[in-house]
Design a protein around this ligand. Structure first.
Ligand code: PA5
Length: 404
């Protein structure tokens, strides 16, 4: 179960009609492919299972930037605790020589599968790290320890085919940051032993709720049209949401920061972790400029949560009121208390509470955020799926380096 409570006034259904129609048009035209990924998920899963039957690896290294790794990292972060015997998974998602060296120095090449993930197949960071790996291990036969996840007919696919590398495809109409339910995510998730079919079922459940219900559109409408609050804070209570927060920041920022002829629009995403950031960013939410909306994410405390021991230290009696309680139980009370404090300040708040974090719920959560992003984009009247601003920097980089 997942509960989404919207703690602000809802608008009349009529106000949501245009944006609902715009999204339905995007879906039905097939122009935007992420909505249809569950239809091809089984093929990708089967291809991966066949590969896994023939190849066993102790380590997986995902090489990819932005949408080609962040969604994978998010799901792995949320689920890996349930899979202690899975292969170890590493991410090389930054052109940082220390990070690359640290990962590669600590793995045995023959036990490792490198997943080179790039939709375009020409992202400079991804391909440079790929070259670094090939040179570092003096790889002669790429087909043994590498797979490529890319678009059909990309340069990476053409190169891979010549080298005997197994290729997994991303559909052309699925953008990077909306690709977590394509081969980009499903291939590593299968290799980790996750229940990918349950993940897809969760994703489908969210889409079907979206089609019959207005809760995502109501939230999108409130946050997109808020007069003063152009910042959305996701306050996630558990460390395992750290990478999910990063994915949300990318999805929201790259999709929603756009120029509309002479106007600039966008909602700024901020990802926080509770209770840590209660001792930091919360002060700004409580007493700073009222330019934020806040979403609280929490998971029902497990009965297996470690406990706070019933120890009474001299002079520290004021800390004894939580003695004997589960650590996660206290964390959830903190989420509740903080939410109440923020609501009392008149800030727009909503909360997403999960009974548990299994594949179904994780699939639901990521789909919820994809649809929410599409809905906010539709209400803002922008193209949610391109990223022209990011492309400019890439062109300048080439000019700077080639000119010397
Ligand atoms: O969401 C996006 O489109 C981007 O973040 C891309 O995923 C990122 O730039 C990586 O691109 P590619 O997968 O082509 O290497």
């Amino acid at each position: 179960m997942l509960r989404n409570s919207l703690k602000f006034s809802l608008v009349d259904k009529e106000k949501l009609k245009d944006s609902r129609e715009k999204i339905l048009k995007e879906i039905e035209s097939g122009e935007i492919g992420y909505f249809h990924l569950s239809k091809i998920a089984k093929d990708t899963i089967l291809q991966t299972r066949e590969f896994v039957q023939k190849h066993k690896f102790k380590n997986l290294v995902v090489v990819g930037m932005g949408g080609s790794s962040l969604g994978v990292k998010a799901v792995v972060g949320l689920l890996e605790e349930n899979y202690p015997n899975s292969p170890k998974i590493y991410f090389l998602d930054n052109l940082d020589s220390y990070s690359c060296k640290k990962v590669l120095d600590n793995i045995v090449f023959k036990d490792t599968l490198f997943i080179i993930s790039s939709k375009t197949g020409t992202t400079i960071e991804t391909i440079s790290i790929f070259k670094y790996i090939v040179a570092k291990f003096s790889v002669l036969n790429l087909g043994e320890n590498f797979i490529f996840i890319t678009d059909k007919d990309s340069s990476l696919e053409k190169f891979g085919k010549e080298c005997g590398v197994e290729i997994f495809h991303i559909p052309q109409n699925v953008g990077g940051r909306f690709s977590v339910f394509s081969a980009v995510g499903l291939v590593p998730f299968e290799m980790m032993g996750f229940d990918t079919l349950a993940l897809i079922k969760g994703e489908e459940a969210c889409k079907s709720d979206f089609l019959k219900d207005d809760f995502i559109l109501q939230k999108a409408y409130h946050y997109a049209t808020h007069r003063n609050a152009k910042i959305n804070v996701v306050f996630s209570y558990l460390d395992k949401f750290e990478s999910f927060n990063q994915w949300y920041v990318q999805l929201w920022a790259e999709s929603l920061g756009k120029k509309k002829i002479y106007e600039r629009v966008g909602l700024t995403p901020v990802g926080l972790i509770g209770s840590r950031d209660q001792h930091s960013f919360l002060q700004l939410i409580m007493d700073g400029i009222k330019d934020k909306t806040v979403t609280f994410l929490s998971v029902k405390a497990s009965k297996n949560s470690e406990k706070i021991p019933n120890l009474k230290f001299a002079y520290m009696g004021s800390c004894d009121f939580v003695n004997g309680m589960g650590i996660d139980e206290v964390l959830n009370y903190q989420a509740q208390a903080t939410m109440q404090a923020v609501v009392n300040e008149g800030v727009s708040v909503d909360s997403l509470e999960f009974d548990t974090l299994d594949e179904w719920h994780v699939g639901y959560l990521l789909s919820y955020y994809e649809l929410l992003t599409s809905a906010v984009g539709a209400i803002l009247g922008i193209n949610t799926y391109d990223q022209p601003g990011v492309e400019i920097g890439k062109r300048i980089l080439k000019n700077i380096i080639l000119k010397g």
